[in-house]
Ligand binder design. Structure first.
Ligand code: ATP
Length: 219
């Protein structure tokens, strides 16, 4: 579904990604973890076409949608209107928000509320829902749990599991909380300083003491 080969991204003289390769198969949920500044956001932004690539290839077998770090709600607009913005490029018949509420029922009672008045966890749900409105094959999620209480983050993980199960949506999850990411995802890539330093099944990676040192570096 998503195949990245030898990807290099630079910001001026600084190299953010230094030859990153990763694969996410259709229907898979894969985590991208690593310390601050490792290049996780840059990887997602490159897939979304938000940053130019210097070299390498990105092959994507469908449509992708990104849930940006910080959620980026329109605070004065209702939940429903924020969701609809996610489908602005879609034909009118595909702008129905009902299927988002079906897959994230916690959102339904909030549909007429102003997004700016919601809690962080509720706003993150709206951000996920807005991305789903584009009917993506691949969902790119940046820092799901940022600023959220662990119980709320765990609830969001449940929603993602449901979205993957219901629609078969492929998920690439960038997450600082490695335990949370590994709970959802069966495979992971560990980025450090713009390179993939480890990859594999999450149960194997979580048993590796050297990787624990990298994660601790992120704390
Ligand atoms: P974080 O968790 O802190 O967001 P990250 O793993 O997502 O980290 P990136 O945000 O992708 O990392 O950043 C990778 C590198 O590129 C870092 O060294 C960062 O300082 C640099 N960088 C990111 N965005 C820009 C930019 N717009 N201009 C210049 N340098 C940037």
């Amino acid at each position: 579904m998503l195949h990245i080969r030898d990807l290099v991204v630079t910001y001026g003289a600084a190299t953010a990604l230094d030859g990153v390769s990763l694969d996410v198969e259709a229907g898979e949920m894969v985590a991208l973890v690593g310390p601050n500044g490792a290049g996780k956001t840059t990887t997602l932004n490159a897939v979304s076409g938000l940053v130019p690539t210097a070299s390498g290839t990105i092959d994507i077998g469908g449509r992708s949608a990104q849930v940006p770090e910080g959620r980026q709600m329109f605070a004065d607009m209702s939940v429903d209107d924020n969701l609809r913005l996610g489908a602005w490029t879609m034909p009118r018949r595909d702008r129905d928000t009902e299927r988002v509420y079906a897959v994230m029922p916690d959102l339904r009672p909030l549909r007429r509320q102003r997004a700016g008045l919601l809690s962080g966890g509720q706003q993150q749900m709206v951000a996920i829902g807005r991305a789903l409105m584009a009917q993506p094959d691949v969902l790119l999620i940046d820092e799901l749990s940022l600023g959220l209480a662990p119980l709320i983050a765990a609830r969001l993980i449940e929603h993602l599991r449901e979205i993957n199960r219901e629609d078969g949506t492929t998920i690439l999850l960038v997450e600082q909380e490695v335990d949370l990411a590994f709970d959802l995802c069966s495979r992971a890539y560990v980025l450090e300083a713009g390179r993939v330093v480890a990859e594999g099944p999450t149960d194997v990676l979580s048993a590796d003491p050297q990787l624990a040192a990298i994660y601790l570096g992120a704390a």
